[in-house]
Design a protein around this ligand. Structure first.
Ligand code: ADP
Ligand code: MG
Ligand code: ZN
Length: 612
């Protein structure tokens, strides 16, 4: 509608000018012979002129029928009008029929004020349109949500297109089930999750998963990105949220998907500037989430790769109360993802995706899709009909080079070392009674800092830790480094973070908790109580003597040394398990605590003596 309107204004302006121009041209170009004004005046005086038509610039005249003048082909002539106040009187006197042709001047008068108005109007109109586009969409519809409504037939993505994130898939299948048969859940009074938050590193397939759920459940899918809500006009984002929920409720059962929730859900009042607009939008979202009944069958999905900056209010019960971790895929997961993406390319017979998967620890789905694409491009460049193993391997190198800054892909020796290190931590934890059970061991790199990790799951919340428990923590932290020394004969830089943590614990034990016999039950840390393991940065200067400081250092060293000796003896007893476990971890990249425990049991270690 606005486009047509824009055109018509221009047509109007052009037509206007056209008419005026034509009129001028017509009057000026009637191929009349031009005579000087003085000549014209003489003719009038001689009673030779029958009629004249006067415009503001010209006078057109017609001679009387019986008059014949040399040089005039016709009776009509024209002359340039001069400012002659006597002319009218003269014409009246001589009985010449005269008329002013005022049409032209009228048009000009009108044009002189209409055209500027039209031009300004047009400029204003285009500026508004630009502004409207900048804010996304037409100015007139600014409060409305731009959320695209995908109907089920528009989503060609299903769960079969997502791989390597099985745990997330399982959890989300429940959401699909709910959307398809809500009665099943509501009949027994179960509370359906209102909001499900997909959390994971970029490129792991969160957006893909959300679309797959909608595709699988065959329900309408309203998707919008968090950044789209945040507008330059205060109140617009809030209006959009309202509108989005309004629309969705009309289409239930359906899914609302808010991608990149962090753009919108950043903790309120954080950052250097309080962002009024975002805050209003977030508040509106909270209000809408509280205000609707999940039984109508609207599920809100959201995705973020920075859950830590989200406003706590968003994560409360009744809002995004369920969080689904979409983690980096392990080796078999990567193979499955590769299998999905190679469907669109022609593969040579020599391709073993297994090997590509083994080469790409730490890569996410988006990277793997990129590898296949790069491989296809390389094959084309080499004029091959199919994509070969060599192409794919080179593609991996290229993608790795591009990723280098974001995350690291380790070489084989490094990975072997990391595997032994992590298994070392885990074995120590398993052999020390009373420590938290090992959940998962992984050598899938996460970012630059962590090359692998061992996940311990506390069985209960702890507020108090005993001396021996703290010592066990130190022992587990040392387990990685000791394992490296045991297998490779020397330690590596990979243990620096562990050492830092272990030393911190030891220092606190001595300075804060009075757990040193030598120094006695004295609190030596002037910073007073601070949370466990998080040293207080603004601590006042130490108040003890240099002598005491030296003793503290000695005690810390003694504590760590004794734990190191303990860990060395523990790991020496289970060296075969350490090697075997690391081999398995190297192959699978992740390992459950149970399977390592199983290895430990099978090896029947000699009775472990625990000395504390
Ligand atoms: P995120 O939203 O987590 O940043 P996307 O869903 O946008 O990641 O993923 C980008 C692309 O990477 C997808 O379109 C898909 O081609 C590919 N991809 C990512 N993860 C997977 C996966 N688990 N399985 C298959 N393809 C994936
Ligand atoms: Mg995404
Ligand atoms: Zn470690």
């Amino acid at each position: 509608m606005d486009k047509k309107f824009g055109f018509s204004i221009w047509y109007f302006i052009i037509a206007f000018w056209g008419i005026i121009l034509l009129q001028e041209i017509y009057l000026a170009s009637q191929h009349l012979d031009e005579v000087p004004y003085s000549q014209f005046k003489v003719w009038v005086l001689e009673d030779k002129v029958a009629e004249v038509a006067i415009t503001d610039t010209l006078i057109n005249g017609k001679l009387k029928p019986n008059v014949q003048e040399d040089g005039l082909k016709e009776k009509w002539f024209k002359t340039i009008r001069v400012d002659d106040p006597d002319l009218v009187r003269l014409l009246e006197e001589k009985n010449v029929e005269f008329s002013g042709v005022i049409v032209s001047t009228l048009w000009k008068d009108v044009a002189s004020w209409v055209i500027p108005i039209l031009i300004f109007g047009a400029i204003w109109f285009f500026i508004l349109r630009k502004v409207g586009q900048g804010a996304g969409g037409s100015f007139m519809r600014i409060g409305q949500s731009k959320a695209k409504v995908y109907m089920e037939k528009d989503i060609p993505v299903g769960m079969k297109d997502v791989a390597g994130v099985d745990e997330a898939k399982d959890e989300l299948l429940e959401v699909i089930e709910f959307l398809q048969t809500p009665e099943k859940f509501t009949r027994i009074g179960g509370r359906i999750p209102k909001g499900v938050l997909l959390v994971g590193p970029p490129g792991t397939g969160k957006t893909l998963l959300a679309r797959a759920i909608a595709g699988e459940a065959a329900v309408p899918f309203f998707s919008i990105s968090g950044s789209e809500f945040v507008e330059m006009f205060v109140g617009v984002g809030a209006a959009r949220v309202r509108d989005l929920f309004e629309k969705a409720k009309g289409k239930a059962p359906c899914i609302i998907f808010i991608d990149e929730l962090d753009a919108l859900g950043k903790a309120r009042g954080s950052g250097p500037m309080v962002h009024e607009e975002r805050e209003q939008t977030l508040n509106q979202l909270l209000v809408e989430m509280d205000g609707f009944d999940p039984r109508v069958g609207v599920i809100i999905l959201a995705a973020t790769n920075r859950p830590e900056i989200l406003d706590q209010a968003l994560l409360r019960a009744g809002r995004f109360d369920r969080q689904v971790l979409v983690d980096r895929p392990d080796r078999s997961g990567r193979k499955a993802i590769l299998e999905i993406h190679v469907k669109v390319v022609k593969l040579a017979d020599d391709v073993t995706l297994e090997k590509i998967a083994a080469m790409t620890p730490g890569m996410v789905g988006a990277d793997l899709a990129n590898v296949i694409n790069e491989g296809a491009l390389l094959a084309v460049r080499r004029n091959r009909e199919t994509v070969g193993q060599a192409d794919l391997e080179e593609a991996v190198e290229r993608v790795v080079a591009g990723l280098e800054k974001k995350s690291r892909v380790l070489n084989k020796e490094e990975r072997t070392r990391v595997a032994h290190h992590e298994v070392g931590h885990a074995l120590v934890a398993m052999m020390i009674p009373g420590s938290d059970p090992i959940q998962k061991i992984s050598i899938i790199p996460r970012g630059i800092a962590a090359l692998g990790y061992t996940m311990q799951l506390p069985t209960e919340d702890r507020y108090l830790l005993t001396e021996s428990e703290l010592e066990s923590k130190i022992a587990i932290l040392l387990g990685g480094r000791v394992a490296e020394e045991l297998i490779f004969g020397e330690a590596s830089t990979g243990a620096s973070d562990d050492l830092q943590k272990a030393t911190n614990i030891a220092k606190r034990m001595i300075k804060n908790y009075g757990m040193s016999e030598k120094l006695g039950t004295v609190a030596l840390d002037p910073s007073g109580p601070s949370t466990f393991l998080t040293p207080n940065d603004h601590a006042p200067r130490d108040t003890y003597s240099e002598e005491t400081a030296r003793e503290i250092d000695q005690e810390v060293r003694r504590l760590i040394d004794s734990q190191q000796a303990r860990v060395q003896s523990l790991l020496r007893q289970v060296k075969p398990v350490l090697i075997q476990g690391a081999e398995q971890l190297l192959a699978d990249e992740v390992m459950s605590g149970e399977s390592l425990q199983e290895l430990l049991r099978l090896n029947e270690p000699p009775t472990i003596t625990v000395s504390t």
